[in-house]
Design a protein around this ligand. Structure first.
Ligand code: SF4
Length: 188
């Protein structure tokens, strides 16, 4: 049995930090179509709970990997990793595929977002109360100084380390929501 492990926001685009913009909806539609085909082929799906939602609720301000680490996301990520590893041990899949989200501070596999400043509290308050279109504008200001950098997000850092320590093999790819075909690198 093949097991595909992926972030909850592919299932529910509304849960991303800012909400469901056009690109989140586009990715969700494509993923839903791909999944419908894979279900016919004895592929199982494990969408894991969103660690950022568990820590910060919704909507959340844009935050970097470093900011989330400072606010305690590591502990939540460990609980999610424990859940995923236990499912793997019980289901004993013959093949495991991990899907990451490019740029995510938490769920990136190859490229995450770094940034070392503090949140601008007054701006965050406005952002949290604002409608989606205004959140999109405020996001730019809140994300100033963030940089994309090679490296994993907090959750996949822990999960991949754990799987490697247990000798569990897997393949992985990353969804880039900015791409027209975000699943083109998929090896599913
Ligand atoms: S933390 Fe992971 S599951 Fe949550 S919105 Fe970001 S990429 Fe998706």
């Amino acid at each position: 049995m093949k097991l595909v492990i992926y972030p909850m926001c592919l299932e529910c685009p509304f849960i991303t930090y800012i909400g469901a913009r056009e690109k989140e909806i586009r990715v969700w539609k494509k993923w839903t179509t791909i999944k419908a085909k894979l279900i016919q082929q004895n592929v199982f799906f494990l969408p894991y709970p969103c660690p950022e939602f568990m820590l910060k609720g919704w909507p959340r301000p844009p935050m970097s990997k470093d900011m989330y680490a400072k606010e305690g996301l590591g502990k939540i990520a460990e609980n999610v990793v424990e859940f995923i590893v236990r499912v793997i041990k019980e289901m004993k899949p013959s093949k495991i595929i991990l899907i990451g989200i490019a740029g995510s501070p938490t769920c990136a596999i190859f490229e995450t977002t770094r940034g070392w400043g503090n949140l601008k509290r007054d701006l965050v308050e406005n952002y949290l109360k604002a409608e989606l279109s205004s959140r999109i504008k405020l996001k730019k200001e809140l994300g100033k100084g963030f940089v994309k950098q090679r490296g994993r997000g907090i959750l996949y850092e822990k999960l991949i380390e754990k799987l490697q320590a247990l000798g569990i093999t897997f393949s992985c790819f990353e969804v880039d929501k900015h791409k027209q075909n975000p699943f083109e690198d998929s090896k599913i």
